[in-house]
Design a protein around this ligand. Structure first.
Ligand SMILES: [Zn+2]
Length: 501
């Protein structure tokens, strides 16, 4: 995973450098109406001025991940991505009295939302999928060339969602940044979003009074206009958008007074990838609290504490063992060790034919009945609960299916025992099939000759829990040996019946 993140950061660095050299706008965070975010923050600041905040109490905020696939169900982001994203989110907010937990995974298929969530039909579909009981995070393949974005306005009035692309959602900072917007934080370079980044040839040095949006005043280095200029937050230094892929700022941008800027590269709300650590400023943290306890955020404060048991282990794979060849293919039982604190396991199985499939299970075993014969499979499993989603996968194991078909036993479908009585029976009498079951079962009864000819059948017999005697009246049977079979689900079992004259 670390290697993967490094690769992502590197490739983004290249992308950024190219974009900057070509003076193209960079699309990192695609939040469109950033002014609405800032105005919401200023409004919260007024409303919450006299609010008494809870002290030393963590508020747990539910997050709902909508995993968007193409219309045919392909291309869906793996749950693992969302679990990593949630893990990173909690790490970036770990020094605040706010943490996040998994409310649910929701699976949605739409090529439109997958490729174009910002278009009219894409955003209409998203609107219809909103569930105002959690922060809704849609993971898509594309987002109008952005890594992710937040859609204001705040509150359960119809918007208030986050879209993140599967390539970026588990970046260490991307989701934390969008959740920052959700809690009404602007960018430190507010007003410069559409500028493509500061360029002395375009924006001057020193810069003018107004940011490129034409309405936001450029924040001064001396902080004298910080209440309203720029992001409106005083402890984030003046910034005119200097994105980088490797956490660097080596330019000489000057504010309208001619003072050199010293932007905060490691601020979560800034545009620097590749920093070794990120933070929110103290004032930003206060604005997050203002938003969290404001009325339009009631819906993400359910007053619920998730299972906080830490999960710091990976399961050990028990069965099948490495390179095991299983005789059957339609009945493969996967088993692993239980992990303390785990409420769920994410199991991933893949091969060239099925691609990658994932399962979320509450038990430490899973029965697969739809694998293909004579194929190799790779699988691994990780433990999580709604709050701890940072654990690693187990070592991956390989097994191979065989060509045999597995049929269930009647014990497996609920029969503890069964028999036929009286036996022998007179050819003109009825007899009974007596069952003892652990649950209600629907069964069929067949009577057949030694050569396999069915001479009697009774189907759809409802058997209740415990002992049941079912009367079987096949009519006159010639003396001889017969088979009596019961069938329930896929299971069949047979007893011999002797018929006498
Ligand atoms: Zn942003």
């Amino acid at each position: 995973m670390i290697r993967r993140l490094t690769t992502l950061t590197l490739s983004l660095g290249i992308l950024l450098t190219t974009a900057l050299q070509a003076q193209q706008p960079v699309h990192l965070c695609g939040t469109k109406d950033v002014e609405a975010v800032k105005q919401q923050m200023l409004q919260n600041r007024q409303e919450m001025r006299d609010f008494v905040f809870p002290r030393n109490a963590v508020t747990y905020v539910p997050v709902r991940f909508i995993l968007v696939a193409k219309s045919d169900g392909s291309g869906r982001p793996n749950e693992r991505l969302a679990l990593r994203a949630l893990c990173n989110l909690n790490e970036q907010y770990a020094d605040q009295d706010i943490q996040f937990y998994l409310k649910e995974f929701y699976y949605y298929n739409s090529t439109t939302v997958y490729t174009n969530p910002t278009g009219f039909s894409g955003s209409t579909a998203i609107k219809n999928l909103m569930d105002y009981s959690a922060i809704n995070v849609f993971i898509t393949n594309e987002a109008d060339d952005a890594a992710a974005y937040y859609q204001p306005p705040a509150g359960p009035g119809g918007n208030d969602w986050i879209v993140a692309t599967s390539a970026y959602v588990d970046d260490v900072r991307v989701l934390a940044h969008e959740v920052g917007h959700f809690f009404s934080l602007p960018h430190p370079f507010h007003g410069w979003e559409s500028s493509g980044g500061w360029d002395p040839n375009i924006h001057g040095n020193p810069v003018g009074i107004y940011a490129p949006d034409g309405q936001t005043k450029n924040e001064l280095v001396n902080g004298s206009n910080c209440e309203n200029a720029g992001d409106g937050i005083c402890d984030t230094p003046a910034d005119y958008m200097f994105p980088s892929g490797n956490c660097t700022y080596n330019l000489n941008a000057k504010d309208p007074n001619g003072q050199l800027l010293q932007p905060d590269k490691e601020n979560v709300m800034n545009y620097h990838f590749g920093c070794s650590s990120y933070h929110f400023s103290d004032d930003q943290k206060q604005e997050i609290q203002n938003s969290l306890f404001s009325s339009n955020r009631n819906y993400v404060r359910p007053n619920y504490t998730p299972n906080l048991t830490e999960i710091n282990q990976s399961p050990t794979v028990i069965s099948p063992s490495q390179n095991e060849e299983i005789a059957t293919y339609n009945h493969v039982q996967l088993e692993w060790s239980e992990v303390p604190g785990a409420d769920y396991y994410l199991l991933e199985i893949s091969n060239a034919t099925i691609g990658t499939r994932t399962y979320i299970v509450e038990d430490n075993s899973l029965l697969l009945t739809d694998l293909e014969p004579n194929k190799g499979y790779i699988w691994k499993v990780m433990a999580f609960n709604e709050y701890h989603t940072c654990a690693n996968y187990s070592t991956q194991k390989i097994f191979k299916t065989g060509g045999e078909i597995f049929s269930a036993t009647v014990e497996e479908v609920g029969f503890e025992s069964w028999d036929v009585f009286p036996n022998p029976v007179s050819g003109s009498q009825s007899f009974f099939v007596s069952t003892r079951t652990s649950k209600p079962v629907e069964m069929d009864v067949f009577v057949s000759t030694l050569t396999g000819q069915t001479v009697y059948s009774k189907t759809g017999i409802q058997v209740s829990t415990g002992v049941t005697d079912v009367e079987i009246a096949p009519g006159e049977l010639a003396a001889g040996l017969y088979f009596v079979s019961i069938k329930a689900e896929d299971a069949i079992d047979t007893r011999r019946l002797v018929v006498i004259e």
